[in-house]
Design a protein around this ligand. Sequence first.
Ligand code: CP
Ligand code: NVA
Length: 305
Amino acid sequence: TPPLSGRDLLSLSDLSVDELLELLTFAAELKAGKHHPQFPQKVLGLLFRKASTRTRVSFSVAMYQLGGQVLDLHSGVTQVSRGEPTSDTARVLDRYLDVVAIRTFDQAEIQEFADYASIPVINALTDLEHPCQILADLLTIQEEFGALQGLTLTYLGDGNNVAHSLLLGCAMVGMNVHIAGPEGYAPDPAIVKQANQLMQGNGHVLITTDPEAAVKDAQVLYTDVWASMGQESEAGQRLPVFQPYQVNDALLEKASPEAIVLHCLPAHRGEEITHEVMEGAASRVWDQAENRMHAQKALLASVLE
Ligand code: CP
Ligand code: NVA
């Protein structure tokens, strides 16, 4: 088990490169049924302010398979929705729970929670990052290509949470990352800078508005919704702006012949990805979704150890 006892995962960069690689190996071994770690009596809390299918269910099933229990604490059923301060909630839940996964808007909120709680705090998606998603993505890419180093991943669309964590995760494992999206929707420059530093010369980052240039030689095409949770009112206005970045058969043809397609899901067919590509031979989206459970089981076992 990777030695992450008691640790938080607020950003993918909270892990060292070795810890990330060990976590991926451990996840693959758990998936293969090589270990059966058990944490009876341990309780995971899911503190979510946003909707979730995969993250909620994969965390829950992972925890049950580890012999633990789960409390689904959506903000609406707690005093969180009535404005109890994060610092108070954190100190109280710290005394009941063994580990907590939080899905919210502001990265500062999970940082504050972690500052006030001694139990491991896991980022289950913020507006800034989605580290658990990228653990599953890297596991999926590793399964497909055997090794990660030297591969090129191209992300098409909005440069927000998933793109940010991909930048960090790919940089850590020595993959090249291309991000293509419309002007005004590029990733946070601070994250791009951090990714460049993490690469230590073992790859490159390309930020561009040109989708065709971005997919050239890529082994992995990746996309996400054009309007994220909290941006629903912008959806109509974003549609025409993001249209050139749709992952369709024509764009896929311009990538490397062995290219696979990933999507964190939920998908909007006909917008960021076509039905044909989602259901086509290059799609690995269902394996990717399954891998959320294996990757998070590895993470839970490592922080609870
Ligand atoms: N990919 C992902 O996090 O999905 P959910 O929003 O359904 O959890
Ligand atoms: N960028 C998307 C990811 C959903 C898993 C969102 O934040 O809504």
